[in-house]
Design a binder for this molecule. Structure first.
Ligand code: DGJ
Length: 743
C-alpha cells in the first residue's frame, strides 16, 4: 500500500491492491487531480492524463498561454475565482473583504497510519501497516494561511479518507466561508447519481437519476443529518447493478448540516464535493487558530453497489465504531415505547420485563416518560431525574429489579432538548438556541439547547452521569427529536453566530465522548425521531442507531435496504412491533415482521404480555433463532439481491465471515393471482462448494454455489401444498427465510 511521490512529474500515487488515486502539482503550484479508480501500475509520469484545452473566455494565470485555465483543469481542492467559476472546495475572506486566494504546494509528508482528527469522529487504524497517510501543505503567503490536505489509503480497503485543515498564521485574521472536506473532479459525466432520501417514517429510500449539466445533490440545513437526506451519495455507471460494474461512494463522517453535490460542467467534467453546508457557516480564524473539516470517505468498486457498500460496512463496523460493543453480538432488547407510550408505572414495566425475560429477551429499554413530570410530550425535557410517581425507587431501583429478573437494563434520553415547562428552562431561558426578541418555533413542544455553550453540555452531562453512577445501566438510547429553526446563540456575540451550528455538533460529540469514555461498558444507540441522524459521525460514538420510527415490516424492507447502501447491519436498530402497525396501520404476520427485523440488531417494541400463547411461543423461537444467528447477521457480508424499489418482491442475503453459512430472505409485498415463477440469484458463494438449503426445518436439497448464483434459487416453489391451501399460506406481505450450510 505505498504512497509514492515522483519528483520528476510532481505526482503522488496512492495505491493498494484494488485502487489508485493520483494527484499532481500543477505548473502554477496548485494541486491537480489525475485519477481515482481501479489500480494502475505505477509509473513515473501520468501527466498525459492531464487534459488542457484552449477555450474562449477561460481565464488563464500564464500570460500568453491560453490552454492553462483552472476552469478546464481537474483539481484537488479548488478555490473560487482565480479562473475557476465552478463551485469551490473552500472560500475565505480577508479583513478588507478580499476573497482572492492563491494556495500553492509547499511541502508534503507521508506517514504510517492515520492521525486522529481532533474533536471529530473519523475512521481510525488499529494495527501497524493498516494505512498510510499523505499530508500536503498548501500555502498562500500573502495571507499567511496554510491548508493541510490529508489523504489516507487503507491497505485492505478500496477506500480513501480525506479532510482539510486550515491554519491561520497571522498577523491578520481570516474568515472561512466554505470549508468542504474534499472534492473529486471526474473526467466524464456518464454516471447515475444514487442518493438516500425520504422523510420521517420513510427514511433513506434509494433514488437514482442521470447526472446532467448543472448542479445536483443532497443537503441538510436542519442541524442534524436529517430524515430527508443522508450525507452520502454514489455515482454508478448506467450498466452497474448490485453485483457488477463500477461505482463510487462518497460518505461524510458528520452529523450536522451538510452538502453533498455533483456539478457537471459544460464539458462533461463532474465535480463532487462533500462537507459542512456553507450556508450559515462563517468561521473566523484568529492568528494561530486552525479549523479542521470533518472527514469524507470515498470508496471505489468494480463489484457493483454491493462492492461499494461492503467497503463501507467493513470500515464503519470495525474502524469507525469503537468500544467494547464494536465486536460484540448485540443484545436482543424489548423497548416499551409502542407498548405503553407515556402511560406506564413501575408495575407495568416489570410485568412486561418479566414476560420478556421468559421469552429469552436480554435487555429492557425504558423509553420516554420516566423523568421530571413527563406524562406527555410538553414537559420536563432537561430535567433528568426520575418521576417518583411512576418509578418510586427511581431509575436505580427499577434497574436493580430488572437485573434481578436476569435482564440488563437501559433507558432513553434526549439530552439536547428542553421543554419550556421544565426546571432547566425556568432556570436558564437563555440556554435555548433562539432569539428572545422573536417568537420561537417549537417542534413537538420542545426547543433545542445551545450545545455550542460548554456550560450547557456540562449541566446535562452532570445530570446523566449521576444516574449512571447510581444505577446498573447497560444501554442508552440517545434521541433528538426536532430540527433547528431560529438559530441564535444568546450572549455569544456576532462572530460566534457563524460557528454555532458546527459548534453545536462538536458539543454533542464532546458529550458522547465523555459519557462513552467514562462508562465504556454501556451500549449507546443513537436516534433522532427515528432515523434523522443515521450517519457515520454518530456511529463513531454509538455503534447502533434506531433506523426509523416506522416499524412496519413492509416499510422496513425499503428503509433497511436503502440504509444498507452505506451502513452495516450491525448498526441498524430493527424491532418487531404490534399488528396493526402503529405508523401505517398495516397487518403483517409475526413471521414476516421478524424476518425483516432479524437483519439488524433485533428486538421487540410491543406489549408482550398481550400476546396469545401461540404468539409467545413464536417469539420464543424467534429469539432463539436470533441468538443462534446474530453473529452471522451482524458480522457477516451483506448482499442486496433484489431491490424493493423496483418491483413487488425483494431479496437480500448475508454470508458468514468464514463463508460456511448464509441466510437468504425473500419478501413479496402483494400476493399476485397466478404469480410468476421467481428465482433469486445468490452472491458471494464458492462456485464449487455444496450448500444445504433449508427453510424452517424443511429441506430444499443441496446445491452447488454456481447453481445458486447463476441458475438461481426458486423462491416460488411451493411444492409443499396445492391449490388453495398453498395460496392461503402466502397472502400479502409474504416472506421466506432460507438457511444455507456449506456441506
Ligand atoms: C422518537 C423515537 O424515535 C421513538 O423511538 C421514541 O423514543 C420517541 N421519540 C420517544 O419520545
Amino acid at each position: 500500500m505505498p504512497i509514492l511521490f515522483h519528483p520528476s512529474s510532481g505526482e503522488f500515487h496512492l495505491y493498494n491492491r484494488e485502487i489508485s488515486y493520483i494527484l499532481e502539482i500543477l505548473e502554477n503550484g496548485h494541486l491537480g487531480h489525475v485519477y481515482f479508480g481501479n489500480r494502475l501500475t505505477d509509473r513515473e509520469d501520468f501527466r498525459y492524463l492531464t487534459e488542457y484545452a484552449s477555450r474562449d473566455m477561460g481565464a488563464c494565470p500564464f500570460e500568453g498561454r491560453r490552454n492553462f485555465s483552472l476552469e478546464h483543469l481537474k483539481q484537488e481542492y479548488p478555490a473560487f475565482g482565480a479562473g475557476d467559476p465552478r463551485y469551490p472546495a473552500f472560500e475565505m475572506e480577508r479583513a478588507d473583504g478580499s476573497r482572492v486566494v492563491d494556495f500553492r504546494y509547499r511541502e508534503h509528508r507521508i506517514i504510517p497510519g492515520k492521525p486522529r482528527l481532533e474533536g471529530l469522529p473519523a475512521v481510525y487504524t488499529q494495527e501497524d501497516g493498516e494505512a498510510e497517510t499523505l499530508e500536503i501543505t498548501l500555502e498562500d503567503p500573502a495571507i499567511h494561511m496554510q491548508i493541510l490536505l490529508s489523504y489516507t489509503i487503507f491497505r485492505d480497503e478500496p477506500a480513501i479518507a480525506r479532510s482539510a485543515r486550515f491554519v491561520c498564521q497571522g498577523p491578520e485574521p481570516i474568515t472561512l466561508l466554505r470549508a468542504m472536506s474534499g472534492c473529486l473532479d471526474l473526467p466524464d459525466k456518464d454516471y447515475q447519481m444514487v442518493e438516500l432520501a425520504g422523510a420521517w417514517a420513510r427514511e433513506r429510500h434509494i433514488h437514482t437519476r442521470e447526472l446532467d449539466c448543472g448542479v445536483q445533490g443532497v443537503y441538510s440545513l436542519r442541524g442534524c443529518s436529517s430524515h430527508q437526506f443522508n450525507p452520502f451519495l454514489a455515482l454508478k455507471r448506467r450498466e452497474t447493478t448490485e453485483c457488477q460494474g463500477e461505482a463510487l461512494g462518497f460518505s461524510l463522517v458528520y452529523s450536522g448540516d451538510f452538502l453533498a453535490q455533483a456539478e457537471v460542467d459544460n464539458f462533461d467534467v463532474t465535480r463532487v464535493i462533500l462537507g459542512i453546508h456553507p450556508q450559515e457557516f462563517r468561521w473566523e480564524l484568529a492568528p494561530g487558530e486552525s479549523f479542521q473539516t470533518p472527514e469524507m470517505v470515498m470508496a471505489y468498486s468494480r463489484q457493483g453497489l454491493n462492492g461499494m457498500s461492503q467497503t463501507f460496512h467493513r470500515l464503519y463496523r470495525s474502524r469507525l465504531a469503537r468500544g467494547v460493543w464494536r465486536d460484540r453480538e448485540r443484545p436482543i432488547l424489548i423497548n416499551n415505547w409502542e407498548a405503553t407510550y407515556f402511560d406506564f408505572n413501575e408495575e407495568k414495566i416489570l410485568e412486561i420485563a418479566r414476560k420478556a425475560q421468559e421469552l429469552g429477551i436480554e435487555l429492557f429499554v425504558l423509553d420516554d416518560g420516566w423523568f421530571g413530570k413527563r406524562n406527555q410530550d410538553n414537559a420536563s425535557l432537561g430535567d433528568w431525574y426520575p418521576n417518583r410517581e411512576k418509578l418510586p425507587d427511581g431509575i436505580a431501583g427499577l434497574a436493580r429489579k430488572i437485573e434481578a429478573l436476569g435482564m440488563k437494563f437501559g433507558f432513553w434520553m434526549e439530552p439536547e432538548m428542553v421543554n419550556k415547562d421544565s426546571d432547566l428552562f425556568r432556570a436558564h431561558p437563555d440556554w435555548v438556541l433562539a432569539d428572545a426578541r422573536r417568537p420561537y418555533s417549537h417542534a413537538r413542544n420542545q426547543y433545542v439547547l445551545d450545545f455550542s455553550k460548554e456550560e450547557v453540555v456540562d449541566c446535562v452531562y452532570r445530570q446523566i452521569r449521576k444516574i449512571l453512577q447510581e444505577a446498573p445501566v447497560s444501554y442508552i438510547k440517545w434521541d433528538m427529536n426536532r430540527s433547528f429553526s431560529e438559530v441564535f446563540s444568546n450572549g455569544n456575540g456576532r462572530a460566534w453566530q457563524g460557528k454555532v451550528r458546527h459548534q453545536y455538533i462538536l458539543g454533542v460529540y464532546r458529550l458522547y465522548e465523555r459519557l462513552t469514555q467514562e462508562f465504556p461498558e454501556i451500549l449507546f444507540e443513537s436516534c433522532a425521531s427515528g432515523g434523522a441522524r443515521f450517519d457515520p459521525g454518530m456511529l463513531y460514538y454509538a455503534p447502533q442507531a434506531w433506523t426509523s420510527d416506522d416499524t412496519d415490516a413492509v416499510e422496513r424492507i425499503r428503509i433497511q435496504y436503502g440504509t444498507s447502501l452505506a451502513y452495516p447491519l450491525s448498526s441498524m436498530g430493527s424491532h418487531v412491533s404490534a399488528a396493526p402497525n402503529h405508523q401505517v396501520f398495516r397487518n403483517t404476520s409475526l413471521e414476516t415482521r421478524a424476518n425483516v427485523a432479524y437483519f439488524g440488531t433485533f428486538g421487540y417494541e410491543l406489549d408482550v404480555t398481550r400476546l396469545t400463547p401461540a404468539e409467545q411461543e413464536a417469539v420464543r423461537r424467534q429469539v432463539a433463532f436470533m441468538k443462534a444467528h446474530r453473529r452471522l447477521i451482524q458480522f457477516g457480508t451483506f448482499y442486496r439481491l433484489q431491490s424493493p424499489f423496483e418491483g413487488n418482491s425483494s431479496a437480500w442475503m448475508v454470508l458468514s465471515e468464514d463463508g460456511s453459512q448464509a441466510l437468504l430472505a425473500y419478501f413479496r409485498i402483494l400476493q399476485p393471482p397466478q404469480g410468476k415463477f421467481e428465482r433469486i440469484r445468490l452472491a458471494g458463494l464458492e462456485p464449487t462448494a455444496l450448500y444445504q438449503v433449508t427453510e424452517a426445518g424443511r429441506d430444499w436439497g443441496a446445491h452447488y454455489g454456481d447453481e445458486l448464483m447463476y441458475a438461481g434459487f426458486s423462491v416460488s416453489d411451493f411444492s409443499s401444498g396445492v391449490g388453495r391451501e398453498a395460496y392461503e399460506r402466502q397472502g400479502d406481505y409474504f416472506s421466506r427465510l432460507f438457511q444455507l450450510h456449506r456441506v
